[in-house]
Design a protein around this ligand. Structure first.
Ligand SMILES: NC(=O)c1ccc[n+]([C@@H]2O[C@H](COP(=O)([O-])OP(=O)(O)OC[C@H]3O[C@@H](n4cnc5c(N)ncnc54)[C@H](OP(=O)(O)O)[C@@H]3O)[C@@H](O)[C@H]2O)c1
Length: 72
């Protein structure tokens, strides 16, 4: 029997959780942070480059995820 392909849509709600995502200024880390916020987790962007982290945070704000995403 063929299994269903994995998709982020299948991730259950993350409401009430706090996720700390390292290397979240680009690539896999950034996408992980976006999906977790979309799934209602509070997300902390743990980045080494603060200006890039702020840029990511602004992008999330434009997608109305601002209340759930902060950087450190
Ligand atoms: N993309 C894929 O399909 C894929 C597949 C398999 C494995 N991987 C592996 O998964 C990892 C991430 O891939 P990606 O495509 O998302 O890469 P990416 O877009 O280049 O992102 C790299 C992230 O890691 C951070 N980073 C790099 N060096 C660091 C260091 N020394 N200390 C702290 N943070 C550091 C970067 O921070 P700055 O913004 O500060 O530079 C950036 O946020 C890589 O190791 C890659 O080899 C990727």
């Amino acid at each position: 029997m063929a299994s269903k392909p994995w998709s982020a849509e299948g991730i259950p709600t993350q409401k009430g959780r706090v996720s700390v995502v390292t290397a979240s200024t680009s690539g896999i880390g950034k996408e992980t942070a976006r999906v977790l916020a979309q799934k209602q987790s509070k997300v902390v962007l743990a980045v080494r480059n603060v200006s890039k982290g702020e840029k990511s945070q602004r992008k999330f704000e434009q997608k109305c995820l601002e209340k759930r995403v902060q950087r450190c």
